[in-house]
Structure formats: structure tokens, C-alpha cells
Design a protein around this ligand. Sequence first.
Ligand SMILES: Cc1cc2nc3c(=O)[nH]c(=O)nc-3n(C[C@H](O)[C@H](O)[C@H](O)COP(=O)(O)O)c2cc1C
Length: 310
Amino acid sequence: MKILKTTIGNVEIRNPLILASGILGSTYSSLKRLFHEGLGAVTTKSIGFKPRKGYPNPSVLYLPEIHSIINAVGLANPGCVKFGKELQKIDSDVKLIVSLYASSPEEFVSVIDCIRRYNKKTELLAFELNLSCPHAKRLGIAVGTDPEIVREIVKKVKRTSRIPIWVKLTPNITDITKIGEAAVSAGANALVAINTVKAMLIDIRTKKPILGNIRGGLSGQAIKPVGLRAIYDLYETLGSKIPLIGLGGISKWEDVVEYILAGACAVEIGSAFTNYSSPNILISKLLKGLESYLIHEEVSLEELRGVAHE
Ligand SMILES: Cc1cc2nc3c(=O)[nH]c(=O)nc-3n(C[C@H](O)[C@H](O)[C@H](O)COP(=O)(O)O)c2cc1C
């Protein structure tokens, strides 16, 4: 499937489909399996400096009527020491993106240093800075909605890391392009949009919020138009000078095409995997559909990028 080869800045992957952070990628064997089943690359769940337990249950709820999920997992993760050591177990041919979160520029640098110290083996495709988790206090969105903080984080991280830096943006802001511009001006190598949309649920019997954390983030098909608009806005403002990676609600190949027409050069997929007994069913449907579309339309992915703006 040569036609699906994709370039994100200086990075080349075999196709534009990437596993989104936090979904299915919590063990190294599942990351490896998803890559070997055909994805272009896979992203780990977000890793912080210290281990974190996350929020009390219920923390993940499925909303089948809108093919969506609401979660408040709260960045549960093993911390960078354990993660860095385990990273060495992963096959070197797996194209891996490591997602990171922190509460300050200095802490982001410490997490990267820590992973570098413990992982001497695996060559990473990129670090994805999660500046967008909607429900973790003083983390994620708290640092990702202020252009000055974003600029400072990206600048500091770029100074310490020769690995490409992707910045994952939140849709929970009036103008996503201001944050995108700040990240690009500080040297980000790609922008990823979107993380989940702030949301909640209330039980009408107990008359109380359902999630353990009360508030959470919505993902899945319900948020596709939100993600699409974010990519459209970013492309309109920043043009083709920065690679954009679109995500939010992708469940079929037509969604991938829409994101590319809006301006993305690759996409990430998360919640849709939970609708399949085996991820390879979704991966092969997406790859086949995308390939047939490109052949039928006689266009390359590159030529299709941003065409909705013309
Ligand atoms: C259970 C769950 C856990 C998630 N954990 C993370 C995470 O650790 N880091 C992150 O950047 N995004 C996380 N996300 C957000 C996804 O990566 C993605 O941005 C979002 O779900 C939208 O894509 P989708 O509609 O394809 O799922 C999580 C989403 C879900 C549903």
C-alpha cells in the first residue's frame, strides 16, 4: 500500500493511521500488536514524572446511543521510571509516539530526561505533549489554554530533545488557533487535535453525577464535527507549514478523508476500537477504504490535504 505512505515533518510512516493515546495502548504487547496489525504508528497513554492512580470509579462510561465514551481516568500511569525501563522491551521496528503530561515546563523536561535515562534502546518517533486533558487538575488543560505557558513548555522541551515534539491541543477553548500558533512559534513539529470535550452525566434516580470525578471528557463519534472544525481552523490559520494530526470520532474511512480534506496529514483513532472484538477488523476496513478512495479519485494523500479550503 505505497499510496498510503505519509510524511509528518521529517517522519515517514507507512500509512496515516495512528493509535490515539490512552486507548488500548496501556501495555507494550497491545501497542506492538496494534502496530503489527497495520497501523502507521502507535501512541502510549500519557506518562508523567510520578506514578498516578487516577480517579475513582466509575471512570469510563459507554454511551451506545451516540457511539461515544465519557471518561475521567485522570491520567493513571506507572510514572516515567517504570515506563522508561519497560519501553526497552518493545520491538525496535514499532513506530512509537510517547505521550507526556506535566504541570510545568521544568517537569516536562524532567519526564523526558527520565525516559531517556532509563530507555537506551527504543528509538521514538515523537513525544506528544498532552496539553489538553480536560479533567486533571493543574495538568493537561490547565497548562494548555494559556498561549504563554504553551510557548514556554515547547521552547524548553525543544531545547532538551532532538526527538520531534507534537503538541496535543484541547477543544475546550474559544480559539484553538491561538494555542496552535504559540506551539508553532516555539518550534513544535506537529499539532494534534483534539483531546476529549468537557462533559458529564447525571443519574436521574440518585439525582447525582455519575462519574467518580463528576466531570470528564467526551470522545467517539459525537465529537467528530468538533475535531474536524478544529483542524479546519488550524489549517486556515497556519496553512500547510505545520503538520496537523486530526482526531476525534473517527470510526470509518470516510472520516479519515474528511479530516485530510480539512487539512490533516495524518489521523489518530481511539474510541472506535472499543466497538470491535479485534482491532485488526477496524484497521483493515480503514486502510482498504482509504486506498480504494485514493485510487478511484486518482489523488495522493498529499494532494487531498486541505482541499476543502480551496
Ligand atoms: C479512556 C480514555 C483514556 C484517554 N487517555 C488519554 C491520555 O492518557 N492522554 C491523552 O492525550 N489522551 C487521552 N485520551 C483522549 C484520546 O487520545 C483522544 O484524544 C480522544 O478520545 C478523541 O479521539 P476518539 O474520539 O477517536 O477517541 C483518552 C480517551 C479515552 C476515551
